[in-house]
Ligand binder design. Structure first.
Ligand SMILES: [Zn+2]
Length: 335
């Protein structure tokens, strides 16, 4: 049995690891990397698929752990070259499907939903998804049984004892696997080498609520478009304070629609307005939920900060909240 990482070790992004046994080859995740400011003119960095392309007859499947771009974003570039089923939970598949649609690959794609603890037989492997909590909902770790032994891949995780949707990490299942015996544990998550705990999403909600209470005028919140629970908290606070919200940024708008359709997000009735209607309200009734928390050039927040946004000019009395940790490597653009 071989584990062949094509990226994602010791770097942020490009997450993709191959598991190979005899004539069977599967991939866990297929992510891209966002270029830093040392790669001007580059849109996406993708893993080097040569090894897969050289064994395309043996390639059985891609199994996605969760819907972050650094785990699904390179999928269109792979499926352009090889045809294989893609397994993932409903939200992950919906987000991956959106990427495939953008590349005109959705029609021919073979997307197969998977559920926690439900075993998938793929070639020589049995793959069992195990629920983890993370900064995106519907995230899974994987137990991959191979002829040589069990590989446990934790996926990314942010262990949260009180996740917004009540779906706890299935720690018990990991413990059972540990007792059974694990050949290899693959585990990595951003900032995993920093001591201490990340705060629960519920605690973040309390901090956000405090900011909302004290805000005299318009509130602009930038966060990850994939952070459905954070978006939920902002929309709930908006409704509770009698405000209205508009979504800025293509990915924010798309993800809110996808997550609401899947029932992962409950949009309080009447709370969302198109931007042009929102800006007609008094500032103290406005909330703008925006992309660009990493200072990405051309994102809504970057344009607002540079006074180059077509419709939104930041004014005295506005409160701007960047509700996201800085991804290592983006300190300068965020600053
Ligand atoms: Zn992630």
């Amino acid at each position: 049995m071989r584990l062949i990482p094509l990226g994602g070790l010791g770097e942020i992004g490009l997450n993709m690891i191959l598991v190979e046994s005899g004539d069977d080859l599967i991939a866990v995740d297929c992510g891209l990397m966002f270029p830093d400011d040392e790669l001007p003119g580059i849109d996406h960095v993708i893993p080097d698929f040569s090894y897969v392309l050289g064994k395309r007859g043996d390639f059985r499947a891609v199994v996605l752990t969760h819907g972050h771009e650094d785990h699904i974003g390179a999928l269109p570039y792979l499926l352009r070259e090889v045809h294989a089923p893609v397994y993932g939970t409903p939200l992950t598949l919906a987000l991956a499907g959106e990427r495939l649609r953008e590349h005109g690959l959705l029609e021919e794609a073979d997307l197969r939903p998977m559920r926690p603890r439900e075993r998938l037989e793929i070639g020589a492997f049995t793959v069992e998804p195990i629920r983890v909590t993370h900064s995106i909902v519907d995230g899974m770790g994987l137990a991959i049984r191979t002829p040589a032994g069990t590989v446990v891949h934790t996926g990314d995780f942010k262990l949260d004892p009180s996740p917004l949707d009540g779906e706890l990490a299935d720690v018990a299942r990991f413990a059972e696997l540990g007792a059974e015996g694990v050949l290899v544990l693959c585990s990595d998550s951003t900032n995993v080498d920093r001591p201490g705990h990340t705060r629960s999403e519920v605690e973040v909600g309390h901090a956000l609520a405090e900011r909302f209470r004290g805000a005299p005028g318009r509130i602009i919140v930038a966060t990850f478009a994939s952070h459905i629970h954070r978006i939920q908290q902002v929309l709930d606070l908006t409704a509770r304070h009698g405000r209205r919200a508009a979504l800025l940024g293509m990915s924010m708008q798309k993800n809110v629609v996808i997550a609401a359709e899947l029932g992962c997000l409950r949009v309080p009735p009447g709370v969302l307005l198109p931007l042009e209607d929102l800006t007609g309200l008094a500032p103290e009734r406005q909330v703008i939920l925006s992309t660009g928390s990493q200072g990405e050039p051309n994102s809504a927040l970057a344009l607002m900060a540079a006074r180059e946004h077509k419709y939104v000019q930041v004014a005295p009395g506005d409160l701007v909240i960047i509700s996201a940790r800085v991804i290592p490597g983006h300190e300068r653009t965020v600053g």
